[in-house]
Write a protein that binds this ligand. Structure first.
Ligand code: DHB
Ligand code: FE
Length: 436
């Protein structure tokens, strides 16, 4: 089920999309290095030596050394990035563009002066057999036997003190024993049901993103993500291995599904992402490896306005549509949403816990996710504390499940509730899609 990419058939044109960006990542970053004069000087002094400093493919290196912009574009380059190479060679944008047409510099300039290239004959619609693409359809039913199967969704808080309790060997203390007892089932289950990839929904806590950049939804399309130092030193756990091919596929589909994702290839990940991995997979030392790949999905709940529950649920549905379109290798996919439950980390109301509300939230998440999308932010904050707003993230995982696409209701494999872990109510759940 190919993604909708009719633009790739436009004659003489390469559209820079998530797939191209993945292919050309190092080439484009290489191009950006020419924004520094010292790099331009080093490159011009010995081009081959400079090119060899970068992890480019042989085809990319050849394209650069040949100064062949068409070949660079074919290898994933984008003209705005590549123009920094052209500028280093003293070329104008007109010279760069002209060099890709097979025309002489003078002939190209004359063509432009005479009104430019006419569109007739170089449009997709002029090709034989072209029919206009249907406006983007949004599937409301699931793909039977999809290669990428959402098997389960998992919900858990990500309290940093839980990570610290593991890192400092305190899990046997009575206070922590009560928290970890709720994850014994999950750890055994995770050993039997290790996914190929987890799409891990969390919120960044002013770690990778601060006041300089406040993206609402961030999808990690990178290959790896180091563990952040949040002020206590990095947690002694391994960094995260991403899944660029699947993540860029999801990005392509979800953005075409009207979600304006921010795509990030390089970022550090904080307790919001690492603590859930530790809770579910247990102790994994800094020299070890997590047992699966992870695609981070960070949601802004730090600075208002934050996305609504409805928007998060719709994003979950868009992610499921993307997974259903995957034609790569068969994948066992789990979607985890983290944060919550009730907690307030600030002001005279700090320490607020609302067990009745939390459990009503869980009941609705199981049986009435659509109804839950109507609950406004004020409800979360008023009832579950200012940081309880993290719970909107839980609707993303729930939106990916079969029953939201005409399939069977999930089984509630595990449900746990305990107060407290640090300042937070620990609500933890595993829901699975019917197996047939
Ligand atoms: C706590 C909980 C959080 O979700 C968080 O991000 C930071 C701290 C806490 O309970 O201490
Ligand atoms: Fe948090």
């Amino acid at each position: 089920m190919a993604l909708d990419k009719p633009y790739q058939d436009i004659p003489g044109t390469i559209i820079f999309d998530a797939e191209q960006a993945r292919k050309g990542y190092h080439l484009n970053q290489f191009s950006m290095s020419f924004m520094k004069p010292e790099n331009r000087e080093r490159y011009l002094a010995d081009r081959e030596a400079y090119v060899n400093e970068w992890p480019l493919t042989d085809a990319q290196k050849k394209a650069v050394l040949d100064m062949d912009l068409n070949a660079m574009m074919a290898e994933g380059g984008n003209i705005y990035f590549l123009s920094k190479i052209g500028a280093t060679h003293g070329l104008s944008f007109q010279q760069m563009a002209g060099s890709m047409t097979g025309m002489s510099e003078a002939a190209y300039r004359d063509m432009m002066v005479s009104g430019g290239r006419r569109p007739e004959g170089v449009r997709l619609k002029d090709l034989d057999g072209w029919t206009p693409p249907e406006p983007g359809e949004k599937a409301e039913t699931m793909r039977p036997n999809a290669p990428a199967r959402v098997t389960s969704t998992l919900y858990t808080p990500h309290v940093p003190a839980i990570g610290a309790a593991m890192d400092l060997g305190k899990t046997e203390e009575p206070y922590w024993q009560k928290v970890f007892s709720g994850y014994e089932w999950t750890r055994a289950w995770a050993k039997e049901n290790t996914p190929d990839v987890v799409i891990l929904v969390y919120n960044d806590h002013a770690t990778a993103f601060d006041s300089s950049l406040i993206p609402t939804f961030v999808l990690g399309t990178g290959a790896e993500y180091p563990v952040a130092d949040e002020g206590y030193g990095p947690r002694p756990v391994p960094g995260i291995k991403g899944y660029p091919e699947l993540a860029s596929h999801i990005a392509q589909s979800v953005i075409q599904d009207d979600f304006d994702l921010t795509l990030v290839n390089e970022m550090v990940v904080d307790h919001g992402l690492t603590v859930p991995l530790s809770l579910v997979f247990g102790d994994v030392g800094v020299d070890g490896e997590w047992p699966c790949r992870v695609i981070p999905l960070a949601v802004n709940v730090v600075q208002y306005p934050v996305p609504s529950g409805r928007r998060c649920y719709e994003l979950g549905k868009a992610i499921r549509r993307a997974l259903d379109k995957w034609d790569g290798p068969e994948l066992n996919v789990q979607v985890w949403s983290t944060g919550g439950m009730s907690h307030q980390l600030q002001g005279p109301r700090a320490g607020l816990i609302n067990a009745e509300w939390d459990n009503a939230f869980l009941d609705h998440l199981i049986a009435d996710p659509e109804g839950l999308t109507e609950w406004p932010h004020l409800e979360y904050v008023d009832e579950a504390g200012s940081e309880g707003i993290e719970l909107v993230d839980w609707l993303i995982a729930r939106g990916t499940m079969d029953d939201q696409f005409g399939g069977g209701a999930p089984t509630v494999d595990h449900r746990f509730y305990h107060v407290p872990a640090s300042n937070t109510a620990v609500g933890h759940m595993v829901l699975s899609n019917p197996t047939d």
